[in-house]
Design a protein around this ligand. Structure first.
Ligand code: NAP
Length: 294
């Protein structure tokens, strides 16, 4: 298999959700020979119209890919596309590179790495940050676990999708850092929601708190962006609540495995869980504010 990656490389992409579809568009724009697969085939229509091929299964896709990329919801979804019926793992090509950008557990990332090693496939766990906006602009940031030389080889693809990548350690390291990052986001937004509930219950306008915060030490990009959702009560998914809830659960599971207590995360997880269970539609994670709006 040709290991020098360039536009002639056959790239496969599994998962065409909020993140995967714009990533696919950027790969096509950069001239890669792209084949895609998605559980709901109709989500591939736009990419197929733009020049991508559609594979009949993850297995068929992997058999024809020199570089495979996946970005699906959660651990169950990743196991399904790799080891389910017509899964990709059985046909991944010796010498190929496989990069998974889903956010899953570090344990699953290491399990995938072991299976890949047995097949002579080089694997990187490379979850991303930057949201659907970063995916569209090709400005994602990758948190990478795995072999440094494989990362260097993968760079011609990563540089089309993102603006930066960090090599963080062996397989699983990318996922560990990603879960830690999302804990900060989840706790920050939950803290803002709680503070707004206090301010409004005391008879003041929430906007006053945000205005003061924006010129103080408490200023943060996340709070600036999400405060508008919280004040307006508009929760159109940018980063869906169901995915943030999954990431908090994965972080708490990791903490348990390595014997670390995360009491603030446990408490915030309870609040996010209440809102998620009551939600009737797909909401952004800033909908944690609904806890106080009941
Ligand atoms: N959205 C963000 O801002 C953001 C930012 C950073 C990282 N992430 C992470 O990136 C990953 C993808 O996020 P997203 O926002 O693109 O999610 P999404 O819009 O919900 O898309 C999820 C994708 O996973 C597929 N999928 C789900 N369950 C499956 C199963 N059992 N078998 C096969 N495919 C399955 C979906 O297929 P269908 O189309 O058939 O449902 C879809 O392609 C997640 O791990 C998320 O945590 C997201």
């Amino acid at each position: 298999m040709n290991s020098a990656i360039g536009p002639q490389t056959k790239v496969g992409l599994i998962g065409l959700g909020l993140m995967g579809k714009p990533m696919g568009m950027n790969l096509l724009k950069a001239g890669f020979r792209l084949t895609v697969w998605n559980r709901t085939a109709s989500r591939a229509d736009e990419l197929v119209a733009a020049g991508a091929k559609l594979a009949a299964s993850p297995r068929e896709l992997a058999a024809n890919s020199e570089f495979l990329l996946s970005i699906v919801s959660d651990p169950t979804a990743l196991e399904e596309v790799l080891w389910g019926q017509n899964g990709a793992m059985q046909s991944l090509q010796r010498g190929s590179i496989y990069v998974d950008s889903s956010t899953v557990s570090p344990t699953l990332a290491r399990k995938v790495a072991t299976a890949c090693e047995e097949r002579g496939v080089r694997f990187l766990d490379a979850p991303v940050t930057g949201g659907d906006w970063g995916a569209k602009k090709g400005e994602l940031v990758f948190m990478v676990g795995g072999d440094a030389a494989t990362l260097t080889e993968a760079e011609p693809v990563l540089c089309v999708l993102g603006k930066k990548w960090f090599h963080l350690g062996p397989n699983g390291a990318g996922q560990t850092i990603k879960l830690a990052m999302n804990l900060i986001l989840a706790l920050e937004v939950d803290a803002l929601a709680e503070a707004l509930a206090l301010v409004t219950a005391a008879g003041l306008q929430g906007e006053k708190l945000v205005e003061v915060m924006q010129s103080s030490m408490a200023r943060s990009g996340v709070l600036d962006i999400k405060s508008q959702n919280l004040l307006k009560g508009e929760y159109t998914p940018s980063f869906p609540l169901r995915l943030m809830h999954k990431d908090m659960r994965l972080a708490l599971e990791l903490a348990q495995q390595i014997h670390v207590e995360l009491p603030a995360t446990e408490a915030a997880f309870g609040t996010y869980s209440t809102v998620k269970e009551a939600a009737k539609e797909d909401l952004d994670y800033s909908a944690v504010m609904k806890f106080w709006k009941k």
